[in-house]
Design a protein around this ligand. Sequence first.
Ligand SMILES: [Zn+2]
Length: 388
Amino acid sequence: MTSTLLTGIGLLATQDPELGELSDAALLIEDGTIGWLGPRAQAPAADRAVELAGRCVLPGFVDSHAHLVFAGDRAAEFAARMTGQPYTAGGIRSTVQATRQASDQQLRTNLARLAAELLAAGVTTFECKSGYGLDVETEQRSVRLAGELTGEVSYLGAHVVPAGIDRTEYLELVCGPMLQACAPHAKWVDVFCEQGAFDEDESRAVLTAGLAAGLLPRLHANQLTAGGGVRLAVELDAASADHCTHLSRSDIEALAGSNTVATLLPLVEFSTRSPYPDARSLLDAGATVALATDCNPGSGFSTSMPLAIALAVREMRMSPAEAVFAATVGGAKALRRNDIGQLTVGRRADLTVLDAPSYLHLAYRPGVPLVHQVWRAGEPAWTSSALQ
Ligand SMILES: [Zn+2]
């Protein structure tokens, strides 16, 4: 077993409410996990030491919502939207066509590039959905390829009803042969519960079938309209209800009284020029809030968790501390994980080192690449090239 001491940490923002924030700190990594943390002056000996010269250390960000298996892009659709055309769920179908035509290797290359972007943005764990295949073969390819890079794979056959197939027939496919083909490669079942995609009863059928196949439910809920998605998420004890842009008072109360995380995706509101979710009401009611990128080629093509944090602070009135908590602990809870998201003894040594004295700079310096180094399971996984 080798040990590494990270020392000279200007601010160690543990995200553990009991430990809080430590200044002039050190952290010991042993065998990929956190062995000790505390004041630098009390640090134990280690095989090697890394001096961080006053930088801030956070848990690696946990991105609990991303769509990374696809081909092509929709830059022209984005440009049209910025000159006045509204966003609708139907644009997904153009990505489906490109994805079906792509080879495994093309999909793998695109996925690896986006995963590298996430890592450079300080993300050490990400979730990845299928949903641009919408036939048995391409959905299975999608979950299989996603599984090469992450253990957090979601089967999203119920993204939209593709062109050229009857709605009832497609739902039978999603709950039957497509599910059976994808379930061995996935942990989660997801559904886009929205006008223009799937209604509450259809979504319940998909998630229930997924549960029966051994998958855990999560869903896209209340993004464009105040439908029944959040209600359904709480009813099924889904790990997360994602988007939560249009909520009723009873939706907020239901989330606050449940184990379902409200995952907010402000990069989508930014990229579709839409009103942001009411994070304040959720937090004040006691709901657990996560922040994720929702990186996808249509409604928001960004891998920048730091920008999501800046938007949460500037546009959604979350405090910088609440936003960082949501991007770490919130994301871990949205994936029902207790081995990541906080810097405490025994957790995985997934760390993001900022080239800044405090995490406040994530929102204070929007758009500036502040990630200095990323550690995953106790090993350096990425270092800013400007500083090598
Ligand atoms: Zn999504």
